[in-house]
Design a protein around this ligand. Structure first.
Ligand SMILES: Nc1ncnc2c1ncn2[C@@H]1O[C@H](COP(=O)(O)OP(=O)(O)O)[C@@H](O)[C@H]1O
Ligand code: SF4
Ligand SMILES: [Mg+2]
Length: 331
């Protein structure tokens, strides 16, 4: 096996969500923390797509931001091509690393400066990273980048509000590609778009991946989108990875009770689904997650062990699964 391009070990991120100190003092409230991401391990081979899926609030965006270095991890590390991302970003090699990793956000309107012309938005990373031998090269480079995402050089003088949602996401992609990155972290890149437009943008991303040998960490709460994009899929629940497997294995023979619950809730991905069970129950409050296996209040297979002992991630055939029932052969 080759060295993975991206290797994440024991990644954790905690947020202090305490009330302001005066209120805490008057009302004798304790400090409160959310462990948004807890002990995540995964790796991504060059040219492949790992998708992370899970319900809102399970920590997906926190993983995305931590992996690209927008946020410090509280525990663990992210390695990119062997370098520890957060150390490298503090060093004189920061700029060289930042060129190689880019992020695409959910809401292209919020991530594009509305007062800038599209050509300046796309040219900014070229200028910032000193990638233009001559400033007059910008016009041609921007034209090429816009064409590569299905827009036109003629769109350069326009402003973001003159485009549709799908076109705006294409602009974000063009900008992300400007530094010729190897790795893109895509956080719900099409979740704000109409279904018909989603497919076009996803197909564009797949084509670009092929042409440029890109590696993707692709984040979505939508299993149909994940099915379309992923090579491997990680399922998250309350900050933890509960199952990780190649796509065909995860969709064909899911092992974790939570994965099964998610898959049972969508009819079109698994035509041969068993009798469908709805996704039961609410996601618990992440400030005080359930002890043991955090999924136990919603799990049809929960036993007493599940309420106090955290299940480790174990290999079960081609899946990695964190579940006592599966490990005991009753899942
Ligand atoms: N900057 C922050 N400050 C405090 N809590 C945060 C912050 N960012 C995320 N969280 C909390 O961390 C958890 C995970 O959030 P997030 O990573 O956005 O999940 P997702 O992207 O899966 O919806 C949530 O409980 C959220 O409220
Ligand atoms: S460890 Fe227990 S509660 Fe958690 S998913 Fe497995 S059976 Fe259900
Ligand atoms: Mg999110």
């Amino acid at each position: 096996m080759n060295e993975p391009l991206v290797a994440v070990k024991g990644l954790g991120r905690r947020f202090d969500v305490s009330a302001p100190w005066l209120k805490r003092w008057v009302e004798r409230l304790p400090r409160q923390f959310v462990q948004a991401v807890d002990g995540l391990d995964f790796s991504i081979q060059r040219g492949r797509t790992l998708a992370l899926v899970g319900e809102s609030g399970c920590g997906k965006s926190t993983v995305a931001r931590t992996v690209v270095g927008l946020m410090q991890p509280s525990q663990g590390e992210v390695r990119f091509d062997g370098q520890v991302v957060h150390q490298t970003l503090q060093s004189r090699h920061a700029q060289a690393l930042r060129r190689r990793l880019q992020m695409i956000f959910q809401d292209p309107y919020a991530s594009l400066n509305p007062r800038w012309q599209v050509r300046d938005i796309v040219a900014e990373p070229l200028r910032e990273h000193g990638l233009l031998a001559d400033p007059s090269d910008a016009v041609q480079r921007v034209g090429e980048l816009l064409a590569s995402v299905g827009l036109s050089a003629k769109d350069g003088p326009k402003f973001p509000h003159q485009f549709s949602g799908g076109q705006r996401q294409r602009i974000s992609i063009a900008r992300a590609l400007a530094t010729q990155p190897e790795f893109l972290v895509c956080d719900e890149p099409t979740s704000a778009l109409d279904v018909s437009v989603q497919a076009q943008v996803l197909n564009l991303m797949k084509d670009l991946q092929q042409e440029r040998q890109l590696t993707y960490l692709f984040i979505s709460h939508n299993l149909a989108v994940v099915h379309h994009m992923a090579d491997d899929v990680g399922v998250m629940y309350l900050g933890r990875m509960v199952e990780l497997a190649p796509k065909a294995v995860l969709f064909g023979s899911p092992r974790h009770p939570y994965t099964r619950m998610l898959l049972d809730a969508i009819p079109d991905v698994r035509a041969h689904a068993r009798v469908r069970a709805p996704v039961l129950g609410e996601v618990p409050n992440p400030v005080s997650p359930p002890a043991g296996c955090a999924f136990h209040p919603r799990c049809p297979l929960a036993q007493s062990r599940c309420r106090h002992e955290r299940p480790p991630m174990l290999w079960q055939g081609a899946n990695q699964v964190a579940c006592h029932a599966v490990a005991e052969g009753r899942g």
